[in-house]
Design a protein around this ligand. Sequence first.
Ligand code: SF4
Ligand code: SF4
Length: 409
Amino acid sequence: MYFLKEDSIIFKAQIKVLILLITRGIRMSNLPEMFHEFSEARQKGFMEIKALKEQGKKVVGIYCTYTPIELIMASDAIPIGLCGTSEEVIPEAEKHLPRNLCPLIKSSYGHAITDTCPYFYFSDLLVGETTCDGKKKMYEYLGEIKPMHVMQLPQTMKDKNAFKVWRDEIVLLKEHLEKELEVEITEEKLKAAIKERNKERRVLKEFYELGKLCPPPITGTEMFQVLYGSEFKVDRQEKTAYIKNMIKEIQEKYEENKGKVSPKSPRILITGCPIGGVSEKILKTIEENGGTIVCFENCSGVKSTDRLVDETIHPIDALTEKYLNIPCSVMSPNKDRLELLSKLIDEYKIDGVIEVILQACHTYNVESYSIKKFVNEEKNKPYLYLETDYSQSDTGQLKTRIAAFLEMM
Ligand code: SF4
Ligand code: SF4
C-alpha cells in the first residue's frame, strides 16, 4: 500500500511538474538564463527532497515567516514552505472550509487533503503558529493528517510579557523537534544554523538591494523569482554561492543592460499579503503597464530578511528577538511596519506603493487603512489597494486599475 501511495504521489507530482514547466517555460521565457534556476525551484525541489528522504533525512513543513527555521536546521532536518499557491485544489478545500477564507489557507489545506503537494507528502512533521484566525483553525484539521506542532505566537511584539511567552514557545519547539526527530539540538548546532541562515539573509539582502539602483538592473518579476524560489533550494551553501555569483554578473553587466528598465518609469514598492499565488497576474501587469517594481516589503521580501539574528547573545534569546519583531499585520499594534515602509520608500526612491490583499485576510485588510493614510499623508506618495484571490476572474479589472494608477503618476 505504502509503495502504491508513493508511486501515485510521485506520478501526480511529475505530471504536475511537467505541466508547470511547460506553462512556466512559456510565461517565463523572457527571463534570462540565470533566473531559470529560481523560477523552477519549487517544481524541481521535490525530487531533491525525495532523494534526501531516501537517505534518511527528515522534512519539517512550515507555513509562516514566524517559524524559527534555524531550530529545524539545527535538528538536521529540512524546513520547507507548504503555503499553497494554486487555485485548482480550492474547490476541494471548500468542502471543509468556508468559501470566504483567504485563498492561501484554502490552497494549503486543499493540497494537504488531495495529496497533491509532494512537499506535504514528504513532511514528517508540520509546524505552524497562531497567526491569523483562519490559519490557526486550519492547523487543527491538518493535525488530523500529520503530526502538527502549533506555536502560540503573542499578538503583540511590544508587551513586556511577549518576549517571555515567545521564548518559552521557542524552547517548546526545540524540545518537540528533539523528541520527534530523535536528535539533540546543541547550542553549537544552533549557533552554526544561525550563522548559516544569516549568511543567506545577507546575500539575499545584497541581491534585493540591487533594486536601489536607478534604473534597477533587473525587473521586479526577476527579483521575485529569486526571492521566492530561493526558499525551495535545499542546499543552502550552493544557493548562497549561486546568488553571490548572480549579483556579481548583474553588477558587471549593469552598464550594458541599463536600457532594460526605463529610468523614467515609476518605481513601485509592493506591500501586503504573501503573493506567491498571485505574482503572475499582479507583477506582470504592473510591469507591462510601465511600472518598475524595485522593492518587496512583504513575506519573501524585506520583512523576513532585513533583520538578522544576533550572533552575540544566547541563541534562544536571539531567535526570540528576531522572530517576535517581524512586522506582520497579525501583531497589534504594528507600528514597526510603518517604520520599515518609511525607510524603504526613502531608500528605494519609491514613486508609488501597491498593497496586495488576499481576499478575506482581515488583519492586512484592516491595516490597509492606516497604510494608505501613512503613504499618502506622511510620505506624500500615491497608494493603490488591490484585493484579489487565486482565480483569473479579476485579471481585466486589475489591469484597468493598475494601468490607471501608473498613468496618474
Ligand atoms: S503574512 Fe504574516 S502570517 Fe502570513 S506568512 Fe507572512 S508573517 Fe506569517
Ligand atoms: S494572507 Fe492573511 S489571512 Fe492569509 S494566511 Fe496570511 S495572514 Fe492569514
